[in-house]
Write a protein of this length. Structure first.
Length: 399
């Protein structure tokens, strides 16, 4: 058998984004085989090149999000640089940017202008509040997306302040939605021959991910609050303290509840009216948590997980990052910990791609580039410039 084909073979992406939301989206496309050209500011580059953690002076934050891409530098405030950029736009399928709305217009590089020179262009913009609406000009970062999207208000405990997710989930969600939009637009383009503008907002992305919480408000007028780790409509579906740490037990229906009663030996709970049905268990979740935690505190995490898993009761330990990164299922079987050969660093460990496909293999296609490493190659190959042309552009501060 020959090598696995790349899912996005032949698709060329111009990644103008920086830090996280845009680069994460472009990283997924690169992992799927697209040629991703990362456009950076000369000398300075992507801000994330200065973000920790560092190894030999190189940001692993940057390496993880920009693996498999090519880096070019163009000065978009220079007229010659802008001309080169417009020529490059004619050669790409997708453009990704996460500037504040209006930035590209001020550079005279609006979507309408780019569409006029490349009608097939799929233009993807990620911003805090989106390209339309009364808040479009407000600056937006991940924590603002989490706050105004409603996530902070429901994360934490009843007596704790609103709590940010432990990762920049607003940025990641907007990256995923943007990637889905790009793939959809590329598919539509096969039929119409035309690209389109994709407008994704951090706030919209977080709000969309709240699943059924807004429905409680729409239907009953209830404003969901912070309830810790338990689930609003199912119980026991929570974290419980064992002898040596925390475990999760998720009992989603009566059949699983009966298996839990059988294997745990907590027979007295099966005759307690408070726990005979899921609605009753939800209503009396506090009392039931005490019963289960009293049982769990007498046992080690491993013993609890082994017992409940054997009886097909969903349960797991709560991993820290080290444990998740070393787990044989996550790290090895599912290939979520991978290695690349990074110049000046040697073998470098990164997170794998969670998309598994039977015929293709979305995963890092190469190392993260040095700033402007591929400027000459891209300008010569895609635009047909000469080495003298490139030297002149450098002299003119255009690249």
């Amino acid at each position: 058998m020959g090598p696995e084909p790349d899912a996005l073979l032949g698709i060329r992406v111009l990644d103008m984004s920086r830090v996280l939301a845009g680069p994460y989206c472009a990283m997924l496309l690169a992992d799927m085989g697209a040629e991703v050209i990362k456009l950076e500011i000369p000398v300075q580059g992507d801000d994330s090149r200065q973000f920790p953690p560092f190894k030999n002076g190189v940001s692993l934050y940057y390496v993880n999000l920009n693996r498999g891409k090519k880096s070019i530098t163009i000065n978009l405030k220079n007229e010659e640089g802008k001309r080169i950029f417009l020529e490059l736009v004619k050669q790409v399928d997708v453009l990704i940017e996460n500037f504040s709305p209006g930035t590209m217009e001020r550079l005279d590089l609006s979507y309408d202008k780019l569409k006029s020179i490349n009608p097939r262009l799929v233009y993807a913009a990620i911003s805090g509040f989106g390209q339309t609406g009364p808040y479009r000009n407000r600056p937006g970062y991940d924590i603002i997306g989490q706050a105004m999207g409603g996530l902070l208000s429901v994360t934490g405990w009843p007596d704790s302040p609103p709590t940010r997710s432990g990762t920049a989930i607003g940025d990641v969600l907007s990256s995923l939605f943007c990637c889905i939009g790009i793939l959809s637009a590329l598919k539509i383009r096969e039929n119409t021959g035309r690209g389109q503008l994709i407008d994704v907002s951090l706030v919209d992305s977080v709000y969309a991910a709240l699943e059924n919480l807004p429905q409680r408000f729409f239907v009953d007028g209830v404003i969901p609050g912070r309830i810790g780790n338990r689930y609003e409509f199912i119980y026991p579906y929570d974290t419980f303290l064992a002898k040596d740490g925390w475990v999760v037990i998720g009992i989603a229906n009566d059949a699983i509840w009966e298996r839990f009663i059988e294997c745990s030996g907590l027979k007295h709970l099966s005759n307690d009216e408070r726990f005979l049905s899921n609605p009753n268990r939800v209503k009396h979740h506090g009392a039931l948590k005490k019963e289960i935690e009293s049982w769990a505190l007498q046992r080690d995490k491993a013993a609890i997980i082994e017992l409940l898993t054997r009886y097909r009761v969903p349960a797991c330990p709560i991993y820290d990052i080290s444990e998740a990164s070393k787990d044989q299922h996550i790290a090895i079987a599912r290939k979520m910990v991978v290695e690349i050969e990074q110049p000046n660093l040697g073998k470098t460990i990164l997170q794998g791609n969670p998309i598994k496909m039977s015929e293709t293999n979305p995963n890092p296609r190469g190392y993260a580039p040095a700033l402007g490493e591929h400027t000459e190659e891209i300008l010569l190959r895609l635009l047909g410039l000469s080495l003298n042309d490139v030297s002149r552009l450098k002299m003119d501060d255009a690249i």
